[in-house]
Design a protein around this ligand. Structure first.
Ligand SMILES: Nc1ncnc2c1ncn2[C@@H]1O[C@H](COP(=O)(O)OP(=O)(O)OP(=O)(O)O)[C@@H](O)[C@H]1O
Length: 271
């Protein structure tokens, strides 16, 4: 029997205002336990797709299934018990403490009359600890740096104890040590707890190091797909990103070095 994918997107379509066709015919299957990276140039539709996968945006066409069930028919709390998404920019909540924010992650697991206590507080402690936010837990969000605030939101996502974690460029505001810490944390969750990860990333070397599979988007559709070593070839960088690049291997992991903008008339413009 074939395993049911954790997430399936079938023929997704989306547009904004007069731009009616930002995403047109997007298809994707994410296996349970997989770490999938979505890459692509600015404006290629990565965030729009991620918003549809998490039901933050309703597709204008097509469907998203979670564990084989159409997400359009599921209530928000049921989805939030299974899936969480860390977006690029968060809602402007500032006048609560980090701990209070992280407690919100338990809401999908609480009955309407229940308070966040006992085992739920244990999960809050765990989420603060694994994101290194415990020393800052009593600080107000407005007193944090951009990177610390990002980690506070990640701690809230962790407190949801999701099976599926969607992240939109989660390392953008983080210094390099915290970037690696976050990627290692997610690797631990992915490997030890089998959490499925879908992550939009601009850092292609990080994508190669951590993702099992990468899909590359251009103009609202997937144009390349494969393991990092299958994808990392000169023509991939030329066609998708319009750059010339050299690829090296470090411990079996491909690493690219950008060498310049691809010449006009090269494959970049025909892809
Ligand atoms: N709220 C909006 N209103 C109008 N157009 C939008 C809106 N949000 C995104 N777009 C447009 O939709 C297209 C896809 O945007 P999206 O944010 O999904 O791309 P992206 O691949 O995530 O980009 P980036 O790498 O820059 O974050 C872009 O052309 C963008 O200008």
């Amino acid at each position: 029997m074939t395993a049911i994918p954790a997430l399936t997107a079938s023929d997704l379509k989306y547009g904004y205002g007069r731009e009616a066709s930002i995403v047109n015919g997007f298809n994707l299957e994410v296996a349970a336990g997989e770490w999938l990276g979505i890459v692509g140039p600015n404006g290629s539709g990565k965030s729009t797709v991620l918003r549809m996968l998490s039901r933050l945006a309703a597709p204008h066409g097509g469907a998203v299934e979670m564990d084989g069930r159409d997400m359009a028919g599921l209530d928000g709390k049921a989805i939030a018990r299974q899936m969480t998404m860390l977006t690029q920019t968060q809602e402007p909540v500032t006048d609560i403490t980090v701990r209070e924010l992280v407690r919100r992650g338990r809401n999908p697991h609480l009955k309407w009359y229940e308070e966040c206590r006992g085992k739920h507080e244990d999960v809050v402690d765990w989420a603060l600890r694994v994101t290194s936010m415990d020393p800052l837990q009593h600080r107000l969000l407005q007193e944090l740096s951009g990177g610390e605030r990002q980690r506070a939101w990640l701690a809230m996502c962790m407190a949801q104890t999701p099976k599926l974690l969607l992240l939109d460029e989660p390392t953008t505001y983080l210094d390099i040590a915290h970037q690696l810490e976050l990627m290692e944390l997610i690797r631990g969750l992915n490997r030890d707890q089998g959490i499925t990860v879908v992550m939009v990333l601009h850092d292609l070397n990080q994508a190669a190091r951590y993702c099992d599979r990468i899909v590359a988007m251009k103009q609202g559709a997937i144009v390349r797909e494969g393991s990092p070593s299958e994808l990392f070839r000169a023509d991939f960088f030329r066609d998708v990103f319009g750059i010339e690049a050299k690829v090296y291997y470090d411990d079996g992991v491909p690493v690219y070095l950008p060498c310049g903008i691809a010449k006009r008339g090269s494959a970049a413009e025909s892809a």
